[in-house]
Design a protein around this ligand. Structure first.
Ligand code: R5P
Length: 301
């Protein structure tokens, strides 16, 4: 049996490196590239016959490329005789389309889960999916990790006085409640309405729960355009909250998100490295999930 290896897709090589350093599971030798027409190509250079292998790939921007790359790496490993192929997917793109909101729509998260697992993956390790039900979309065993405790531990170091944890929409209440429990803090909920005719536009309706104290911590799974947390922060400011912190798992930071977040009333944003983050910005702080994944991988070999 060959020794286990971690193969890094092109989405988040830094996280793969950190997980490798922490777990002492070496990185595999892999060449990733594109044909001139844009098709993805991969080449696994190690002998992986009969070995347990991990592929670390977030389906983040460029999402479609990363999904295909993950599937091709898995296929290459399978054809090279790997014994067990585990896909480590820190950010699972397409997760926000986990149900039909109107007839005629796809359930994209299910399609992507099927695409990925049809390439020979035996197990999935993922982190804070947009909806927990997505775990059931995979026809292979799933280890479902959460970075909430890691983020809560980081927030504790800020020594905030009596913060209120805020869910920026009803769908995020369970996540925010779990986070509030780690901090022993009260919970408030913003009811958000998304206009179906405008993909990224939101409207805030109301807040339930008491906004006691000066500080609010908005907890969300994804920051994409930043619209949700900026709108929530503006509402909280109007309600008299003085300090606004955001804790989010996945920093997609699409379009002008960074510029808009800079101008927003948000004081600090803590986001994990589930998605590669090359942003140099004082407001946005990185909290690594490398240790979480490294511990999990060590249990698997
Ligand atoms: C929505 O239901 C999610 O939990 C996030 O709130 C949303 O994806 C964030 O997107 P944006 O940053 O574009 O508002």
């Amino acid at each position: 049996m060959n020794s286990p290896k971690i193969f890094a897709g092109s989405s988040n090589p830094n996280l793969a490196k950190l997980v490798s350093q922490k777990s002492k599971i070496p990185l595999g030798d892999i060449e990733l590239g594109n044909f001139s027409d844009g098709e993805v190509d991969v080449w696994v250079k190690n002998d992986v016959n009969n070995s347990d292998v991990f592929i670390l790939q977030s389906n983040s921007t460029e999402v479609n490329k990363h999904i295909v790359e993950l599937a091709l790496i898995a296929d290459a490993l399978k054809r090279s005789g790997a014994h067990k192929i585990t896909a480590v997917i820190p950010y699972f793109g397409y997760s926000r389309k986990e149900k039909q909101s109107r007839p005629g729509e796809p359930i994209s998260a299910k399609v992507v889960a099927d695409l990925i697992t049809s390439s020979g993956i035996n197990k999935i390790i993922c982190l804070d999916l947009h909806a927990d039900a997505i775990v059931g979309f995979f026809n292979v065993p799933v280890i479902y990790l959460s970075a909430l405790e890691t983020l809560a531990n980081r927030i504790r170091k800020e020594k905030l006085s009596s913060p209120v944890v805020v869910a920026p929409d009803v769908g995020g209440v369970r996540r925010a409640r779990n986070f509030a429990a780690y901090l022993n803090a009260p919970l408030a909920v913003i009811e958000k309405h998304r206009q179906t005719n405008k993909r990224d536009a939101i409207e805030v309706l109301s807040i339930t729960g008491e906004l006691i104290g000066d500080t609010a911590i908005i907890v969300d799974d994804i920051i994409s355009t930043g619209g949700t947390i900026i709108e929530s922060a503006q509402v909280l400011k109007r309600k008299g909250v003085k300090k606004i912190i955001v804790c989010a798992i996945h920093g997609v930071f699409a379009l002008n998100a960074i510029k808009n977040l800079e101008k927003s009333p948000i004081d600090k944003i803590f986001v994990t490295d589930s998605i590669a983050n090359r942003i140099k910005n004082n407001k946005i702080q990185n909290v690594s999930v490398a240790g979480l994944f490294a511990n999990c991988l060590l249990q698997e070999i």
